[in-house]
Design a protein around this ligand. Structure first.
Ligand code: FES
Length: 75
């Protein structure tokens, strides 16, 4: 699905930018298109970043504390 009609990037492009480490709306635009033009897509990009953060926190909450210690190399 197209997210930005001005630059022609899709939700997959935004997810790709996020998976490359973009943590802010500005970082996503720098990665994909330099800067927004009309800005109508900014709320959608912001929402996708929020959903990514929520998914990360949700996944971490499902890992038992003992398993986290093993994963981090602690006793
Ligand atoms: S729709 Fe993305 S800048 Fe216009």
């Amino acid at each position: 699905m197209y997210i930005c009609l001005c630059h022609g990037f899709t939700d997959g492009d935004v997810r790709g930018a996020i998976s490359h480490g973009c943590k802010s709306v500005a970082a996503v635009y720098r990665h994909l298109a330099d800067r927004p033009q009309c800005g109508k897509c900014v709320p959608d990009v912001r929402c996708m970043l929020h959903e990514h953060r929520e998914a990360q926190h949700g996944a971490a909450a499902l890992i038992p504390a003992g398993a986290m210690a093993v994963m981090e190399g602690a006793d």
